[in-house]
Ligand binder design. Structure first.
Ligand code: GUN
Length: 292
């Protein structure tokens, strides 16, 4: 079997066109422009690239964006005060603090400071808790992007064996919960998992977010598996690859996402989506207040 390749760029393009229409409608009908504030502390080069891409995507789609750049030695209190001001600003529907933060700042404290109804990254405990009960307001963007890709490709999830490789708070754990919510049987593997292949070979759907190039080889998967590669690794020769041996595994899989051009373009797309949802929720809340 040779796998069909998921075109994440095309799916992202299609969704962004739909979102641009939704934003135009919010503006023309209700005079509201969804807005996001992105806070970048320090000068981590990768973070600078991610943030620039987020801001560009907002511009392209019609979302107002503002970048709050703070020096690496910013005291935690100053960052919290900046978040307080954004929490109170009605033109800001989404607040995103780019991670990682400098080591003197407590990440959990910062994430809990963002108003849950502006937490478009989905990292606040309130939204993380909602993943358990299946009614989170803002699903975290990368696993949400994976879910959207699976939906777009009409992959059945209910009753299937899903194996998630990688147990991070940002991808692996929320991914597992989101697919369990859709009635998959889910296993999470991580660094301490013994005999990874024993698990991966049971997967109907395999989601890999481990940050280890070439971790998943063809001999570790079953014929016909659906493979989603969330890894982004830069090799010494400068090439960007995922966690899956694409050449080998695509000979056995039925469907596979490439790196680059698979999950990557979906992450920012879901951030746009969450920001629009936040603006629409704000509008609905105003309507309820007026009805009184
Ligand atoms: N750093 C790496 N990924 C992310 C993300 O999705 N959101 C934020 N805020 N920081 C990140």
């Amino acid at each position: 079997m040779t796998a069909r390749i998921i075109d994440g760029k095309a799916v992202a393009r299609k969704l962004r066109a739909e979102y641009a229409e939704r934003i135009a409608d919010l503006k023309s009908t209700h005079g509201i422009q969804p807005g996001i504030a992105v806070i970048l502390v320090g000068d981590n080069p990768a973070s600078q690239v991610y943030v620039r891409n987020k801001i560009l995507a907002c511009k392209d789609t019609g979302i107002h964006s503002e970048l709050h750049k703070l020096p690496a030695d910013t005291p935690e209190e100053t960052l919290l005060a900046e978040i307080d001001a954004l929490n109170a600003n009605p033109a800001v529907h989404g607040i995103l603090v780019q991670l990682p933060l400098p080591p003197h700042i407590e990440v959990a404290k910062v994430l809990e400071h963002i108003a849950p109804d502006k937490d478009v990254d989905g990292f606040h405990l309130y939204n993380v808790g909602g993943l358990i009960t299946g009614n989170t307001v803002f699903p975290p963007c990368t696993p949400y992007g994976v879910q959207k890709l699976l939906e777009h490709e009409q992959v059945e999830i209910s009753g299937r064996n899903v194996v998630v490789v990688g147990a991070s708070n940002i991808v692996g754990k929320p991914m597992a919960l989101m697919l369990m919510q859709k009635d998959a049987t889910v296993a999470i593997c991580h660094k301490m998992t013994r005999d990874l292949a024993q698990f991966t070979s049971l997967a109907d759907i395999l989601v890999v977010a481990a940050g280890v190039p070439g971790l998943i080889r063809a001999d570790m998967v079953r014929e016909g598996v659906v493979v989603i590669d969330v890894g982004i690794n830069r090799l010494p020769d400068g090439r960007i690859v995922g966690d899956v041996d694409f050449e080998g595994v695509s000979q056995k899989a039925s469907l596979i996402s490439p790196v680059p051009g698979g999950v990557g373009p979906m992450t920012i797309t879901m951030l746009l989506h969450n920001t629009i949802v936040s603006a629409e929720r704000g509008l609905a809340a105003q309507g309820r207040a007026k009805q009184g």
